[in-house]
Design a protein around this ligand. Structure first.
Ligand code: ATP
Ligand code: MG
Length: 435
């Protein structure tokens, strides 16, 4: 992407109403534009990041055996009357009427709809287990939308739904998602900690929230330091095998949000291993048995011919919230510091003297080596503007080409995460970034 032609707008001023770093940086870096309270348009830079986050979520869901579908955003009120949640959900639900005065709603979640769809096809125990997910926009009319995309009204969520023949199967599906979540967040460079949670309006009796630590988090959390030191990607995972040991590691160490905090159990954690901090919820998984399958009339024939009501769970990830959360965990005074896995572009090529034959030639070659994963700052701007924008937008690498270096074929590489700088030949610079 050549910046001279790109729509990558930045704001010079720090937006006054943005209270936390990620919100300020997303506005300043031109990632999103608020169109009304809690509703955002995603501009090219933000959209690229959102898609990268989404893709990691998708790959790990697929790996764990879930299958992607896409359900609509608009649902009928009737579906929700069947489960009894139409009235129970309250003012967070955006209710609509079509031209025939039929009551509709913008989905805040999809338990009813997915159960209704699955019911049409699942006839026997051979149709189980199954796990269906989609990545779709949700609407919840939050009382206080704030912190930018972290607590929006319209937001992108991955929600998966498992169907099993019995309790043991449902626990296995739950563990598969539990492990998939650990991997998903670790791939984004996040230390996400599963914590026992309340189930809220989704219902059920087993649930974990996944939180990352951040000063600006909305939840108070308490956890054993072991959990922060464990690398979730260090172990190979066999989703068909026994996942209990992995889950046992996480559930045998203390970790709780305020709501579930137990002072007596906390006192058992050695003082030097206690971590109390603020946290951001990025995912939430639920086992709720037959709550929706029973209400929606889902039944299949068991192996003995008797009808069975399948056991279900649902599994959410806040895909758009993650973009904000990742920035909360990766920024400094100058701007964002993207982890490579979700950076909008891997490298920014900064031409410090546009129009100089040597700098132009070197930049063209660098850009060609990384396009489409590079931005080329070929604008007729001062070097200082280019440095500041590249730092703000947070590309993992900056390849800086000035006339003095270009005359002797040298490129300066800057690594955004560490500030480390290297002067290298063109070939070595390309190899270093690719390594
Ligand atoms: P919260 O406690 O933050 O209000 P929730 O428990 O109501 O969230 P879930 O129903 O568990 O949310 O939704 C799954 C995930 O969707 C959450 O873990 C969170 O990451 C994300 N999410 C929920 N509400 C919002 C929102 N208003 N804006 C952005 N992401 C959200
Ligand atoms: Mg939740």
């Amino acid at each position: 992407m050549r910046l001279s032609r790109a729509f990558l707008p930045t704001l010079k001023e720090t937006p006054a109403d943005a209270q936390i770093a990620s919100h300020r940086l997303m506005l300043r870096a031109g990632m999103v534009r608020q169109t009304s309270a809690g509703i955002y348009a995603w501009l090219p830079l933000g959209w690229r990041v959102l898609q990268k986050v989404e893709q990691i979520v998708r790959e790990e869901q697929d790996r764990a055996g879930a299958q992607e579908i896409l359900m609509p955003t608009i649902q009928t009120a009737d579906l929700w009357r069947t489960s009894g949640r139409y009235d129970a959900y309250g003012p967070e639900m955006l209710r609509l009427q079509d031209r025939h005065d039929r009551e509709m709603l913008y989905g805040p979640t999809n338990e009813e709809m997915v159960t209704d769809i699955f019911k049409t096809y699942a006839k026997s125990y051979r149709d189980l287990p199954r796990n269906l997910y989609h990545i779709q926009w949700k609407f919840r009319d939050e009382v206080r939308p704030r912190f930018g995309v972290m607590r929006g009204r319209e937001f992108l969520m991955k929600d998966a739904y498992s169907f099993d023949l019995d309790y043991a199967g449902a626990q296995k599906s739950y563990r598969q998602m539990f492990v998939a979540y650990l991997r998903t967040f670790a791939r984004m460079g996040l230390k996400a900690i599963p914590m026992q949670a309340d189930t809220g309006p989704i219902g059920g009796n087993l649930s974990h929230e996944f939180l990352i630590l951040a000063e600006t988090g909305e939840s108070q959390v308490y956890l054993h330091r072991d959990l922060l030191e464990f690398d979730a990607l260090s172990q190979p995972v066999d989703y068909d095998g026994d996942l209990s040991p992995v889950m046992d590691f996480w559930t045998s160490r203390y970790a709780a949000t305020d709501e579930k905090h137990d002072a007596a159990a906390w006192a058992q954690v050695p003082a030097e291993r206690q971590v109390s901090a603020r946290g951001i919820e990025i995912g939430h998984i639920f086992y709720f048995g037959t709550k929706y399958s029973a209400a929606m009339g889902l039944q299949v024939a068991g192996a003995d011919g008797k009808m069975v009501v399948p056991e279900m769970g649902s599994y959410g990830i806040g895909v758009s919230r993650l973009v904000g959360a990742i920035i909360e965990a990766n920024h400094d005074e100058a701007g964002i510091r993207w982890p490579e896995a979700i950076a909008p572009f891997k490298v920014a090529v900064l031409n410090l003297k546009q129009g100089d034959a040597a700098t132009d030639a070197l930049c063209d070659r660098l850009y060609a080596a990384f396009d489409p994963d590079a931005v080329y700052d070929d604008r007729a701007d001062r070097a200082g503007v280019k440095f500041a924008d590249a730092d703000l937008m947070g590309y993992p690498w900056q390849a800086i080409v000035g006339p003095r270096g270009a005359a002797v074929g040298k490129v300066e590489l800057k690594r955004r995460a560490t500030g480390e700088r290297l002067e290298l030949s063109l070939e070595d610079a390309i190899a270093r970034i690719k390594a």
